[in-house]
Write a protein that binds this ligand. Structure first.
Ligand SMILES: Nc1ncnc2c1ncn2[C@@H]1O[C@H](COP(=O)(O)OP(=O)(O)OP(=O)(O)O)[C@@H](O)[C@H]1O
Length: 320
């Protein structure tokens, strides 16, 4: 098939997953992932990320709705898509007595057209550990081995379930670089993560799940824009909050005062900051400890999780 960057490689509509005891872990979700995109699924603990990814990987069948991966149903047409996808599970569960190279070789035997194991071990920085038994690897090195195995088939679509859990800061950066390079090479990546910084760094688009539903979908910038920005400063000596220009007219939605420290929240950051600085200049005063910042993905995440608990009916979505 001709590579088309607008092609939806993953399409999920009305997807539901119900476990044996009747618990509905995924409650009708919709999203799509374009070719060559990195898409992150974020969420609170137990939000339903792994339950969703398992449906995309064809490991279980949905209780309702539909999944298409590369145009196929991953459960009933597993044979068609398996050679074109790579899966990194949360727990690889490989025999701990085998060495790293033996594990890769064993796994390569299950993958049609597998790359040489040395090549994938080099990609994840494990070539020097080829002769080491899996049980002697650190937790982070095991995650890297899991990733190497997912790359053996040179997949078009890569599923990464918490790829950097247990990695130190350097290992995490290395994995981000590798995922970035894979994306640049045209690989479509769907990942779950608990690290908001990871999603901010890697994801072209993301969805935040909460209690089986998607609360918001969009680019990291679109999602952070759902939360107000903040301006913090110290009141100049001899001034009170009442001396500032009317805050509502500057687009400030609320403010708090703690001693001399004033904290403003606004969805119109430029207008509020300009108004405040113009006032300070006019008054000939300095706003000490001035800090102006957009919401981080973490603030948006916390705000969305809180809102989603209060209102389960209206997911926010931005243009794909
Ligand atoms: N086999 C199962 N039987 C019954 N309930 C399950 C089963 N597996 C998961 N669940 C429940 O489904 C919900 C979603 O779990 P899931 O593992 O998909 O969440 P998650 O978003 O991946 O969480 P985490 O971030 O903690 O890994 C949780 O409430 C979990 O307890």
């Amino acid at each position: 098939m001709e590579a088309n960057e607008h092609e939806h490689v993953i399409e999920v509509t009305g997807l539901r997953r119900v476990y044996g005891g009747g618990f509905e872990a995924v409650r009708g979700i919709d999203f799509s992932v374009r070719r060559g995109e990195v898409f992150a699924l974020l969420g609170t603990n137990g939000a339903g990320k792994t339950s969703t990814v398992e449906l995309l990987e064809g490991l279980a069948s949905p209780a309702g709705g539909q999944v298409r991966v590369l145009g196929h149903d991953p459960y009933t047409e597993r044979a068609a898509i398996r050679p074109r996808t790579g899966v990194m599970l949360q727990e690889g569960g490989f025999p701990s007595e085998l060495t790293v190279a033996e594990t890769a070789r064993m796994w390569a035997g299950c993958v049609s057209g597998a790359r040489p194991e040395r090549e994938v071990l080099a990609l994840v920085g494990l070539e020097s550990k080829a002769g080491v038994r899996v049980k002697q690897l650190s937790g982070g090195q095991r995650r890297r081995l899991d990733l190497a195995l997912a790359l053996l088939g040179d997949p078009e679509v890569l599923f990464l379930d918490e790829p950097t859990t247990g990695l130190d800061a350097e290992g995490r950066r290395d994995t981000w670089e590798l995922v970035g390079a894979l994306r640049d090479g045209g690989t479509t990546v769907l990942l779950t993560t608990h690290y908001l910084e990871e999603a901010e760094n890697l994801a072209d688009r993301l969805a935040i799940m909460h209690e089986g539903r998607i609360a918001v979908t969009g680019t990291p910038a679109e999602v952070t824009a759902t939360e107000p920005s903040r301006i913090t400063f110290e009141l100049p000596d001899g001034y009170f909050v009442g001396d500032l220009p009317p805050l509502a007219e500057l687009g400030v939605s609320d403010h708090t005062v703690d001693g001399r420290t004033v904290r403003l929240r606004t969805r119109e950051l430029q207008r509020a900051a300009t108004g405040l600085l113009t006032w300070a200049q006019g008054a000939g005063v300095e706003l000490r400890r001035l800090d102006v910042r957009s919401a981080s993905l973490e603030e948006a995440f916390l705000g969305i999780a809180k809102d989603a608990s209060a209102d389960k009916t209206a997911p926010k979505e931005y243009a794909a």
